[in-house]
Ligand binder design. Structure first.
Ligand code: NAG
Ligand code: NAG
Ligand code: NAG
Ligand code: NAG
Ligand code: NAG
Ligand code: NAG
Length: 340
């Protein structure tokens, strides 16, 4: 069942956004991009999945969502523990005026199809998106922000989408990054001595945040915000089939031709929209922006998400859960969560 649940999270585009009140002053904030080498040791699952072409992509989705999938679909054949090194594309931003709140970092973990930058929600660039901009709003409210591309996306390493881009390595990478951000000598925080970290996850990113928080030593993480996430997976099968996955390299050879065939993408803008937009409550331009800027999804991370049992009672820090898109986050609530 969890495997199915995991797959459901797969092709979730950002949900429809509802903006903050406008009229805030945009101050000069300081941002820097980094390429961070990260060494991890993690479990990897052996998956008996092979995707050559779109027939395989469709059959995989069929297998993962069929009525009797719980008993007929068991792609995990074993596991190994592997050490690996990845490059992580990341950005740290802090308000120019600094202040106490800036020592609190919002550590953002994006969902499927997204990256840290070219996304319709963290830091959108489409016309009229200013009022939906989470990063700018966080900075203007005084918080620092750390964004990164999960492996398989953006400027981070793009290893094998079946054997390597899996849930457990993504969790280990996030835990490593949290330690790097909170290190008082961190080369990645522009000199800010970080004393609080609040994880902010969206969709599949929320799922990764939960596992990383559970594994973290007491004191490393100070709060957790899970967006695009309800913990209810009843409709994940609809969501997954609705995405109509195709092999990214075959869909857009000029853009994704070099990607291995386990990287998948929705067949068209309408399949993408099905998972996250409800007519008539969104601008088609927003869906277009997401479609144009999406990153293909590695099927390995979807199939392995359900393999970890999350012990939620092990979480000792405040958690805000909502299915709201990130742009709707209430920053007064955030201040209460982190006690600042
Ligand atoms: C990461 O691993 C590489 C070898 O793969 C090693 O040279 C480097 O020192 C390691 N870095 C850390 C921070 O452990
Ligand atoms: C789907 O499952 C069947 C077994 O039920 C298997 O033979 C087939 O290879 C699977 N398809 C893919 C693409 O993995
Ligand atoms: C990995 O495989 C071992 C041996 O088959 C099994 O005991 C263990 O539970 C597996 N680990 C995970 C995380 O599934
Ligand atoms: C941006 O949106 C505004 C308001 O809808 C419109 O007037 C303007 O022409 C748009 N600009 C571009 C470049 O599309
Ligand atoms: C879950 O976490 C709680 C709190 O740390 C602990 O008491 C309990 O034993 C854990 N349960 C499992 C199954 O690990
Ligand atoms: C934000 O949260 C605060 C504290 O719970 C509440 O008073 C306020 O009404 C909320 N604002 C919005 C726009 O929901």
């Amino acid at each position: 069942m969890l495997l199915d649940n995991a797959l459901l999270l797969s092709l979730l585009p950002a949900a429809v956004v509802v903006g903050f009140s406008t009229g805030e002053e945009t101050t000069a904030n300081v941002c820097q991009d980094f390429q961070i080498p990260v060494n991890i040791t993690s479990t990897r699952f052996l998956l008996n999945i092979e995707i050559e072409d779109n027939w395989d992509a469709v059959d995989s989705i069929f297998n993962a969502t069929r009525r009797d999938t719980l008993t007929t679909f068991q792609p995990v054949t074993g596991n190994i523990t592997v050490a690996a090194r990845y490059n992580i594309g990341a950005t740290f931003c802090t308000p120019e005026l600094g202040g106490k709140k800036s020592e609190t970092v919002l550590l953002l973990t994006h969902g499927s199809m997204q990256g840290r930058e070219f996304v319709p929600y963290w830091n959108p660039t489409f016309n009229g998106s200013d009022r939906y901009n989470f990063v700018q709003h966080a900075l203007n409210t005084g918080y620092s922000v750390f964004l990164y591309d999960r492996i398989g996306n953006g400027q981070s390493s793009r290893p094998d989408p079946i054997s390597e881009v899996q849930y457990q390595p993504q969790v280990e990478i996030l835990s490593t990054l949290a330690n790097l951000v909170k290190d008082k000598q961190s080369p990645y925080t522009l000199g800010v001595k970080v004393n609080k970290i609040v994880h902010v996850g969206h969709s599949f990113g929320s799922f990764i945040v939960l596992s990383s928080t559970i594994n973290s030593p007491v004191g490393l993480i100070d709060g957790v915000i899970l967006t695009g996430f309800s913990g209810v997976f009843t409709w994940l099968g609809l969501f997954t089939t609705g995405g109509q996955a195709r092999v990214a390299a075959l869909s857009q050879p000029s853009k994704w031709g070099s990607l291995l065939h386990g990287y998948l993408t929705p067949v068209d803008i309408y399949a993408l929209s099905y998972g996250g937009f409800k007519s008539p409550y969104f601008d088609h331009d927003v869906a277009q922006s997401l479609f144009d800027q999406q990153y293909p999804v590695a099927i390995g991370e979807q199939l392995t998400a359900g393999t970890t049992v999350l012990n939620l009672s092990a979480i000792q820090v405040p958690v805000q859960v909502g299915s709201h898109p990130v742009s709707e986050l209430n920053f007064s609530t955030l201040a209460m969560v982190v006690g600042s």
